[in-house]
Design a protein around this ligand. Structure first.
Ligand SMILES: C[S@@+](CC[C@H](N)C(=O)[O-])C[C@H]1O[C@@H](n2cnc3c(N)ncnc32)[C@H](O)[C@@H]1O
Length: 289
């Protein structure tokens, strides 16, 4: 007997509830929408509509995967970031809404530079899916090139899919290597959302993140600061940044008090400032040389 959308939604919600998934009804709806191509309003308007056998099978598979704690973004191979759809799978961290703040801030600085006749050269370190440089390239077509570096060739393969999807593959240059090492020239603006979770925080992390997202994209030493420290020392020693260069770093909730003194020590004449997220945490550090 054919199953209606209402029955599928209810059964999906029940299974996710039994598996202790936090938002069972919403997750079941998102997966049912993806399978049927109907949005939430349509699902509610036509609950008696019958699903095809293929839709039923795919929905069951999706619900099983979500019951196993797989994030929806990996199940659907999609995550929206800065109003753009990005392909994601387990090779990359799922871009977080928090990181849009870094893109917003970078676009503001780029705009100011362009307004005075400059063409700033931008690099993103630890690019993952390419969300940051691709969002910038799409929103600032006047930038001829942006470097996007990652130590993981697997992550760069995903970034390639996304740069082609958004037609910026000729302006986003993907480079493989450790931190700033692969950069072929000095840059004006250096962005990074590197791993900043401490290995000591494993106990407080959700099952979705721990079991599915790449640990190379999450962890950075006992307090989460190893890579950020290393990056800043490398920038300082390698002279990667041009005069009047800017560094923008996404950081963890309580890391600005630890990072700020180190940054002031590395660049005594620089202006170091932090920016708070909507919850009032300092989540972005900006260093203006
Ligand atoms: C937190 S994820 C961020 C991904 C992406 N920038 C975003 O905001 O969604 C960190 C990324 O840094 C990369 N990474 C880790 N260690 C690195 C290193 N030593 N050099 C360059 N990239 C590194 C990881 O592979 C991962 O893609």
């Amino acid at each position: 007997m054919a199953l209606t959308l209402e029955v599928l939604w209810r059964r999906g919600t029940e299974k996710l509830t039994r598996s202790k998934i936090i938002r069972p009804r919403l997750d079941a709806q998102v997966l049912l929408s993806a399978v049927t191509g109907l949005d939430r309003a349509q699902l509610m308007t036509y609950p008696e509509r019958e699903a095809t056998e293929q839709q039923v099978q795919q929905f069951r598979t999706f619900i099983q995967r979500r019951s196993d704690n797989e994030p929806i973004a990996y199940i659907l191979n999609n995550k929206e970031f800065y109003r753009l759809d990005f392909f994601v799978d387990q090779r990359v961290l799922i871009p977080r809404p928090d990181t849009e703040m870094l893109v917003e801030q970078a676009l503001g600085i780029i705009e100011q530079r362009i307004a005075v006749g400059e063409t700033p050269l931008v690099a993103d370190i630890g690019t993952g899916s390419g969300a940051i440089p691709i969002a910038i390239a799409v929103n600032e077509p006047r930038l001829p090139r942006i470097y996007a570096c990652d130590v993981s060739p697997d992550a760069l393969a995903v970034a390639r899919i996304n740069s082609e999807r958004h037609n910026v593959a000729d302006r986003v240059f993907l480079l493989n290597g450790n931190l700033v090492e692969p950069l072929p020239e000095t840059v004006d603006i250096l962005l990074a959302n590197l791993p900043y979770v401490g290995t000591g925080e494993v106990g407080s992390m959700s099952r979705d993140v721990l079991a599915y997202e790449p640990h190379l994209a999450l962890f950075s030493g006992p307090h989460g600061l190893d890579l950020l420290y290393q990056l800043c020392e490398d920038i300082q020693q390698s002279g990667t940044l041009k005069d009047r260069g800017v560094i923008l770093l996404e950081i963890g909730y309580q890391q600005s008090e630890l990072l700020t003194p180190m940054l002031k020590n590395l660049w005594p004449t620089a202006t170091v400032s932090s920016q708070k997220d909507y919850a009032g945490w300092n989540r972005l550090i900006q260093v203006c040389l």
